[in-house]
Design a protein. Sequence first.
Length: 456
Amino acid sequence: MKKIFTGLLMIGLCGIGAGYLISCAKLQSPVSPDTSLIGVGNSQAASMPQASIVDSTLLTTQTLYIDFDMAMDPASFNSSTVQVYQMSDTVNTTETQYTGISISYDPTLNRLKVGSTAGSGWDDNRYYRLHLTTGIKSAAGQQLDGNENEIPESSAFDNYNLQFWVGAPVTGPYAQNPINIASASIVGGGVTKFLTSGNVGNVSVAYGYVTITVQFNYDADESTIYVDASTLHNNLSLVNDVSGSPVSPVQVTLTSPSSIEGVFQLAGNMRYKLTARGGASGIRSSQDATQPLLRGRYFGGEDMVAEAADDVIRYIYTMTDGGVSTAPPSVNSVVYNPPSRRFTIYFTIPSGSGQMSAASLTTANLKLIGKYDSETYNIQPKQIVIALDLASVEIYVPDSFYPATGTYTPNVQVQVKVSRNVMSSDGYYLDSDGDGVGGQEYDDYLSGWQWVDSQK
């Protein structure tokens, strides 16, 4: 009998019953630049349908059930909008479309059913990916909202993907979860900082050396992370991110089957990039001879799902005694003052100057955006005033402005957009996504929405 594995891979296996081991993983749609910044609860936003897996039904059937939070257009479910892809092997390296599926929609439950039309059901020992496109519409005509931010966007953001596994149950420490970094830390100047969840700054290299420790959730295959006592495998590397030169460790120690420790000599006031590489030739867990179909866990990256390319990158900013980190600037907060009709942008500037470049704080890089009846438009600022310490800037809303419709509306939602081209006075571009590199595609900053009277 076939078994379907579903459940959240990032937190483990979620249920066993009736001979079926249930485990599913939603492959999160990319977060758009303004997902976490646009205010929630916008009464003017059109309601968009969202999809969710129904885990419990998989205990007794090989049919996938996807629930929607509103009535859907049955005609929008077809072979173009509902697709299944089959992975070529157990390490998830390539995939081809699996066309032998049945599709039906239950309007009473707002539920999509996807099954295999093959006589024996799904193929054993394979990953599959359910792919729902933005061609799926609600009964009111709104497109699918894959990243659940209530904003109609392109398919790159609003498609919905779900990965599931079909095969015999796997038990023991090498169950379906991939290998991942459980913790990563750096010790410099006697102070420990953790790299697991983000980049770190102000790492002291006053004595010239730091110790980086990486702990995996499973025993690692040594050949994928370690060469010898003074060499790391390319799958686990440290690079001077300014010059691009790799940094060789002074010493490497396997402190346990699942932990590796390297001592490095680093320069002060410098940015370094630590990379853990995934994919079929990347980091994997130690070989497990009792599970020939699996041959070790492959690295799952940050989404905890082993895929063809899974890299985890962390940036390290060093300093000497009394020095300052060379991290890029970011927006600390945006505060609106209704009486004066101004937004104040406060920057965090870790770099040596501690100041923003006044030449970059212009109307080309600092914008006001209005929203009326779900439509957005630009509002020309009345005035931009840069603080004397070059660490904040004020943007004044004009006394009178009108929505795109040209009619007067007492209250219009307004937000501030800070371009990724804003920079510190020593040349570091704005970093809004927190990856330690400024000026990239997703580094524009959008503040939350504020209600503003469109006529003073």
